[in-house]
Design a protein around this ligand. Sequence first.
Ligand code: SAM
Length: 137
Amino acid sequence: MLVEYAEGFVDNLRESFPMLRVVRGDARALRRARLLDSGRAGAVVSGLPLRAMTSSDVMRIVAGAFHHLHAEGAFFQFTYGLRCPVDARILDRLDLVATRVGSTLANLPPATVYRLERRRRERQGMANHDQEARHES
Ligand SMILES: C[S@@+](CC[C@H](N)C(=O)[O-])C[C@H]1O[C@@H](n2cnc3c(N)ncnc32)[C@H](O)[C@@H]1O
């Protein structure tokens, strides 16, 4: 599934990827969005221009994405910047860690991908919580 808010680009994506569901929407409202029919996603891949956004918008986007990710799920962010575009305060606040997983000089400008994931303690807590919820249902 793809989320994009520019109308022209949404049309273009629908044409290019007819097999995918393309949602026209604002990534800042991800938390409230009903995206998946059941369960949680394993990964979010983002090319959003986080470096040009306010900290509160970045916080809303990343928190919203993790709301839809299962315990081991990861958020992959593409960036042209030299550092992770999600700053340390936001990572701490959301109990996340960021790892640089790849870079390429072949892109102009050079590009890097970061993986954000929940800290181990948080992952375990969430997995236990999901297991309990499954037992109760
Ligand atoms: C640099 S382009 C990336 C294009 C493509 N997603 C990729 O990763 O190759 C950034 C895209 O993010 C979209 N965008 C920016 N803010 C957004 C938001 N709040 N919600 C949804 N899409 C947004 C823009 O319309 C633009 O198409």
